[in-house]
Design a protein around this ligand. Structure first.
Ligand code: HEC
Ligand code: HEC
Ligand code: HEC
Ligand code: HEC
Length: 352
């Protein structure tokens, strides 16, 4: 964020998933100021970070504070930490309290609001003295800037997928005269910065290696439990073990479809250990838990026969095995991941 040119940020709900100790370990020596006026250390009763900073740009002083909706449910990663270790106070009260002090030190008050836009709008209706609100944690952002009660609202959306590129103009007294700009979608049209891309790749490689190590440990554990339990199970068997020897023709055809390389696609992106992606790029794993507590067996990588035809264990007993319906595909070809999907045009590409 420092290299991207950010001046200040606030605490988001995901920053606290692993608890306050972890937050401090990661962000303790962060080069970027983090502000929050309503998140307190449960054990000491102190604010977790500074309540605000003053940032000067072209002679204009901005007082920047941040707040999180106190009703936000800070989920903690199961088993890792029991409680996040923080308490939150009413965000409207927190901003109201801080504004007199802040206004004295700056020309414009900026609130980084980690909450829905409705809550952020309610904030400016009930608390005066705010000039600009930057809304985070908004699933359906309006993207372009707008005004409420003469307060400028910017909503660049989430996950760094957009940048709110607005230029503000001020007169000689530092009074805001207006703004112009737009929200830029950071898609393929925006060229990647080579140094940043490398950094991201290295980061993904590190996470990938950590996940693999954890997955290997869990796989050993599962194997032990399976051995203890023994017996027959309704399960997917995998193409090599169960289908190839009798259906060589279909196998050859399938090998030429993208389904047979779906796992490699994830490997190329260093996402082959990310349960969020594995669900659909493997076989019979649609219910894979997102917390990484389950392992995809090696023989079920890629979108194999059983993804469309059902478990091999069914085939042995039931002659009706294999009927393909549109629902078969939609489980993976949803709007988000396969926006162009149409049963009529996609089906012929996979029929053997
Ligand atoms: C021991 C040999 C054998 C194995 C192993 C086998 N099949 Fe079959 N399969 C058959 C036979 C025989 C038929 C019925 C004749 C035909 O359509 O070729 C059949 C039929 C099918 C059909 C058509 C069913 C229908 O209702 O028309 C599908 C689909 C199918 N198999 C898929 C699979 C898949 C997927 C696997 C692996 C999980 C598999 N088979 C494993 C022998 C086998
Ligand atoms: C278990 C999840 C899953 C199921 C079920 C599934 N697909 Fe796919 N499909 C994928 C994935 C993942 C890819 C992308 C593979 C890659 O390129 O890495 C894909 C790719 C495709 C492609 C290639 C698209 C392209 O851009 O060339 C076609 C065609 C396709 N699927 C058709 C179907 C049809 C038709 C069905 C239902 C009969 C179906 N798929 C069922 C996951 C699935
Ligand atoms: C709900 C199922 C689903 C999930 C979850 C999913 N994918 Fe996919 N993915 C697909 C399908 C289906 C396609 C094929 C889309 C098409 O061509 O219509 C695809 C295609 C792709 C492609 C393009 C393949 C190519 O070469 O054309 C990439 C890359 C990809 N997925 C990566 C990922 C990553 C990384 C994740 C996790 C962050 C992920 N996917 C999660 C279903 C899914
Ligand atoms: C993306 C979905 C999909 C995948 C993956 C897939 N099939 Fe099929 N399969 C179909 C469709 C569609 C048909 C056409 C019949 C139908 O509509 O039920 C079919 C038909 C069949 C049949 C019936 C005979 C025939 O050729 O029409 C067999 C046998 C078969 N598949 C075996 C396999 C085997 C073995 C694999 C894995 C190597 C496999 N299928 C992977 C979609 C799939």
């Amino acid at each position: 964020m420092v290299e991207l040119g950010y001046d200040v940020t606030t605490i988001g709900v995901e920053d606290l998933y692993m608890g306050l100790d972890y937050f401090r370990e990661v962000f303790g020596n962060f080069a970027l100021p983090i502000v929050s006026a309503n998140i307190y250390d449960e054990s000491t009763g102190e604010l977790v970070v500074e309540p605000y900073v003053i940032i000067e740009k072209a002679g204009v002083r901005f007082g920047v504070t941040g707040v999180m909706d106190h009703n936000t449910n800070i989920r903690t990663k199961r088993g890792e930490v029991e409680s996040p270790g923080v308490t939150m106070t009413d965000f409207k009260e927190a901003v109201r309290e801080i504004i007199p002090e802040l206004s004295e030190k700056c020309d414009h008050v900026v609130v980084l609001a980690h909450m829905s836009k409705h809550h952020a709008e309610a904030l400016v209706e009930q608390v005066s003295g705010i000039d600009i609100v930057v809304v985070g944690l908004q699933a359906n952002p309006s993207m372009t800037a707008y005004e409420r009660q003469n307060v400028m609202f910017i909503q660049p959306g989430n996950r760094g997928q957009h940048i709110a590129d607005y230029r503000l103009s001020f007169d000689e007294e530092g009074v805001l005269q207006g703004y112009e700009g737009d929200v830029v979608k950071l898609d393929d049209k925006v060229p990647a910065d080579a140094a940043m891309a490398l950094k991201l790749k290295e980061h993904k490689q590190i996470v990938d290696a950590m996940r693999k190590e954890a997955a290997a440990a869990r796989a050993r554990e599962l194997e032990e439990r399976r051995a203890e339990r023994g017996g027959y199970q309704e399960t997917c068997l995998g193409v090599e073990a169960s289908c190839t020897r009798c259906h060589a023709e279909q196998y050859e055809h399938w090998e030429g479809t993208p389904h047979a390389h779906a796992y490699a696609t994830l490997q190329e992106k260093f996402q082959a250990s990310n349960p969020e992606c594995l669900r659909c790029h493997t076989t019979c794993q649609l219910d894979l838990k997102p917390d990484g507590s389950e392992v995809v067996p090696e023989e079920l990588r890629n979108v194999q026969c059983e993804s469309c035809h059902g478990m091999g264990t069914e085939h042995a007993r039931d002659g009706s095995y294999g009927a393909i319906r549109v629902e078969t595909c939609l489980k993976c070809h949803d709007k988000e991941n396969s926006p162009d999907f149409s049963f009529a045009t996609y089906l012929p590409k996979v029929t053997h």
